[in-house]
Design a protein around this ligand. Structure first.
Ligand code: FES
Ligand code: FES
Length: 173
């Protein structure tokens, strides 16, 4: 008898934001569905759901990936980071925000905010590799993230401000 996607269930281990989870998935599940609906990580936005907008961007082993196009079965034994994982767990309120989150807030890097989590995850992947990017490198890193509110100037300023804050923090240690 052929198994349908509806009847197929599997249990996978996922490492998300530094924690291990055991999740029940269907054969063709995407990572974005599992993150949102099984783990409640709704900072992972669903925009187009076909790889065209970047709202669902997460970091997988340090690379910015569209989670709506990523089969969850491929995500085991990888380090997945969502926007929820950017904040510092032991702090609360504005104190908990990472430099990237704080920079977007302080520099007006968001309007409606729908694209923001995905853009911050692309920023995170960029700055983890290159803390002094030039304009072209920032534009290339964000090329897969569409902002319908079109505030790209402020978004790019926010990325540079975040890089500066992170550099200053690492120099003060
Ligand atoms: S929701 Fe994944 S790219 Fe648009
Ligand atoms: S801030 Fe509205 S879509 Fe980007």
């Amino acid at each position: 008898m052929t198994e349908t996607n509806r009847s197929f269930q599997d249990t996978l281990s996922l490492n998300v934001n530094g924690k291990d989870y055991s999740v029940s998935v269907k054969r063709y599940d995407t990572l974005s569905r599992v993150l949102r609906e099984e783990l409640g990580l709704t900072g992972v936005k669903r925009g187009c759901d076909y790889g065209g907008c970047g709202a669902c961007t997460v970091s997988i082993d340090g690379k910015a990936i569209y989670s709506c196009m990523y089969p969850v079965q491929h995500a085991t034994e990888k380090r997945i980071l969502t926007v929820e994982g950017l904040a510092q767990e032991k702090l609360v309120g504005l104190e908990a925000l990472s430099e990237i989150q704080r920079s977007f807030l302080e520099n007006g890097g968001l309007q409606c905010g729908y694209c923001t989590a995905g853009i911050m995850m692309s920023t995170k992947c960029l700055l983890d590799e290159n803390l002094s990017p030039d304009l072209v490198q920032v534009q290339e890193a964000l090329a897969g993230n569409i902002c319908r509110c079109t505030g790209y100037g402020r978004i790019i300023e926010s990325v540079f401000a975040a890089a500066k804050q992170i550099r200053e923090k690492s120099q003060s240690k």
